[in-house]
Design a protein around this ligand. Structure first.
Ligand code: MUC
Ligand code: MG
Length: 367
């Protein structure tokens, strides 16, 4: 089997409820749908979300790097030879979501060609995950309303609250409002997207000591090397590295450098092949993980759960799988569902991505 074509299709779907956080905001899902074709007629599909504020990629840069560098490098290769393909992709530095989408499309082909779900190829530990929902910046009452709605409508009982604004009291008030509204029915954790300094973050954590937060993510930049170590040493809850660990090597550096005590795994940036390495590394180091959300659409969320439910370590905590609910529409013919706070893995073969052709025609931007 040989790769005959790699498509990078830009599409745009507006958000009903934009997500605003310390490093940026998303109002439209302007993503790239990646389709890898083979001479046996199989097509692998995945999605790349451009996040300029996190990785420097844009919709234009992702389609350009795929069209002009990655596709010519891998045409004629077998989708089974992932290590060969990755050695070629690695000649271009950066571009994590472009590489990840190509990788996941290859796994989709391998699953289809063997009649197996990607989830089982990866590990097949469980068929479901508990779901965690990300809450972007807003007023305390509105954010508590949204958390209550998610709990009542979907049974979602884990919330990651975006923080990192100054003065820190703004975000402390939000976390307090959510905890007061929903009590011990929910798990609450925070993500600063590098918005605070070490001392601001330390103050905020002190002010929230009674709120039973379960984790704190990227409260200040990992590049504030000593400030970050100082903060992590004082934190009484696990400190999650997210955007500071976009490669396995960065995981090693941040964990061994005591700049984090947990790791967020995002298939949107490490695909399945590199996410496996991050997972195995975390497991070997004895470090907990959380399945993160790159503000994924349904295709991306389907990939996250295929990976997250494949291993005990990734399935242990609720995965961030629900923010596609904030979009006005999506591309899948059979939408993902969240029931009783859980999402089921989509059965294969492959990833089970069923793109609705009419929706793709409506939202694609390449004419
Ligand atoms: C998150 O966990 O940080 C916001 C920026 C980004 O890169 O991902 C999102 C969610
Ligand atoms: Mg994060």
């Amino acid at each position: 089997m040989k790769i005959t074509q790699v498509e990078a299709i830009p599409f745009a779907i507006p958000y009903r409820k934009p997500l605003v956080f310390a490093s940026g905001e998303v109002r439209t899902a302007s993503h790239i749908l990646v389709r890898v074709h083979t001479d046996e007629g199989l097509v692998g599909t995945a999605e790349a979300p451009p996040r300029p504020f996190t990785y420097g990629e844009t919709q234009g840069s992702i389609s350009t790097v795929i069209d002009t560098i990655f596709a010519p490098q891998i045409l004629g290769d077998s989708p089974l030879d992932r290590e060969l393909i990755h050695s070629k992709l690695a000649r271009t530095i950066g571009n994590p979501t472009a590489k990840a989408a190509v990788d996941m499309a290859l796994w989709d082909i391998i699953g289809q060609s063997t009649g197996t779900s990607v989830h089982q190829l990866l590990g097949g530990y469980t068929d479901r995950m508990r779901v965690s929902h990300m809450l972007g910046f807003d007023d305390p009452a509105k954010m508590a309303d949204e958390a209550e709605r998610m709990l009542e409508t979907y049974g979602v009982a884990t919330f990651k609250v975006k923080v990192g604004r100054t003065p820190v009291d703004l975000d402390v008030a939000v976390c307090r409002a959510i905890r007061e509204r929903l009590g011990d029915r929910i798990e609450l954790y925070i993500d600063g997207n590098r918005g605070w300094t070490a001392s601001e973050a330390a103050r905020a954590l002190r002010m929230m000591e009674d709120l039973d937060l379960s984790m704190a993510e990227e409260l200040n930049p990992a590049d504030d090397v000593l400030g970050r170590r100082w903060l992590v040493e004082r934190s009484r809850i696990p400190f999650v590295a997210d955007e500071s660990v976009s490669t396995p090597a960065e995981v090693t550096r941040e964990i061994l450098g005591s700049s984090a005590t947990m790791v967020s795994i995002k298939t949107a940036r490490t695909g399945f092949t590199m996410s496996q390495r991050v997972h195995h590394l975390a497991e070997s180091l004895g470090v907990e993980v959380v399945m993160g959300n790159q503000i994924d659409g349904q295709v991306g969320s389907l990939c996250s759960i295929a990976f997250g439910a494949a291993y005990p370590l990734t399935a242990r905590r609720a995965g961030e799988l629900s923010n596609f609910l904030d979009m006005s529409d999506d591309l899948l013919a059979t939408p993902l569902e969240i029931i009783g706070g859980e999402m089921l893995v989509r059965q294969g073969p492959g990833l089970g991505v069923d793109i609705d052709p009419e929706k793709l025609a409506r939202y694609r931007q390449d004419g």
